[in-house]
Design a protein around this ligand. Structure first.
Ligand SMILES: [Zn+2]
Length: 312
């Protein structure tokens, strides 16, 4: 009986230690930025950006980043971003699509339990309502291939899906987190390579239209082929679409990572995510003009005009 009591006490102690360790804020160091010059961009005068909110998930700050308050509600938005460029429009992530309920069922049960969905209007429907011709879309660029970023792709039939080789391999693997993308079968994938030089301390980059207005860099960890997209608009406004490197802006501002349990559930390589956060935190310190857009930070996306309104 005494032994049983001892085991019970040990378990309680271990449990509380684990909880404290998991949820106490752990401030990550800020990396050293090798190049502190703002990259040159010459965006065309009629380039513009719009947000297409497709729904959200209700969660709390405590689930978003280490040290967040569990009682503080946070909206995990799922918003596609349309960037109009005379060389071709791009949609960054597709958000939640028409068949979101079926799509969600491809996720592991535990993941679904963490996601209380509010359905919005799918991106394709928002575009159609404004008589937008999908042929104007050069592609949907995925920050990564998780279900809540790719669900809306199913409604955009025929639109090329831009992806890098690492993320393509991730989709073709047996990773449960890529189950929805895999279930879509042969999408019109268009592979791009990071064939450009260093950019903001990233060793390689892909300058989409060659004018510095849309530059993609590899930011692996959350998934093997996760990316960050740096956008420069004609007004001089700059944005960083961070995908799920962090879920809320505090991840970079503090900087800090996701709580332990969530890292185990959603990140392919936590150490690589951590390195990415430390790097982007350095960019944020050096260039505060970059508006940070973590893919699920409803407050950050609320600052953007909703399609058909645009900002330049
Ligand atoms: Zn994700």
């Amino acid at each position: 009986m005494k032994k049983l009591m001892l085991v019970f006490v040990m378990l309680i102690l271990l449990g509380s230690a684990l909880l404290t360790w998991t949820f106490t804020p752990l401030k990550l160091p800020v990396a050293e930025l090798a190049d502190t010059r703002l990259p040159i961009a010459t965006p065309p005068a009629d380039m513009s950006l719009s947000a297409l909110p497709t729904g959200s998930m209700e969660s709390s700050a405590g689930f978003a980043f280490r040290g967040g308050d569990f009682l503080e509600k946070r909206e995990f938005s799922t918003t596609a971003v349309l960037i109009h460029h005379p060389r071709g429009d791009l949609l960054f992530d597709a958000g939640l699509g028409r068949d979101v309920d079926a799509h969600m069922r491809t996720m592991p049960l535990l993941m679904r339990k963490f996601s209380k969905l509010t359905r919005g209007t799918p991106a394709a429907q928002q575009l159609k309502a404004q008589h937008y011709d999908l042929k104007q879309l050069a592609g949907v660029v995925l920050t990564h291939a998780h279900w809540d970023h790719i669900s809306g792709v199913a409604d955009l039939s025929g639109v090329p899906v831009w992806i890098n080789a690492d993320e393509h391999r991730f989709i073709d693997s047996d990773a449960p987190m890529a189950a929805l993308a895999r279930s879509f079968g042969a999408l019109p994938y268009q592979e791009y390579a990071f064939d450009g030089g260093p950019y903001l301390g990233f060793a390689h980059s892909f300058d989409v239209w060659g004018d510095g207005s849309i530059v993609l860099v590899p930011a692996p960890g959350h998934t093997p082929g996760s990316i960050i997209a740096f956008i420069a608009l004609p007004s001089g406004a700059r944005y960083a679409l961070l995908g799920d490197l962090v879920w809320q802006t505090e991840g970079i501002a503090i900087p800090t990572e996701r709580p332990w349990l969530l890292r185990q559930m959603v990140d392919a390589d936590s150490a690589a995510v951590r390195a990415g956060i430390e790097h982007v935190a350095a960019i944020h310190q050096c260039f505060p003009q970059f508006e940070l857009l973590p893919a699920h930070d409803g407050r950050a996306f609320a600052k953007l005009p909703v399609y058909p309104a645009t900002t330049q």
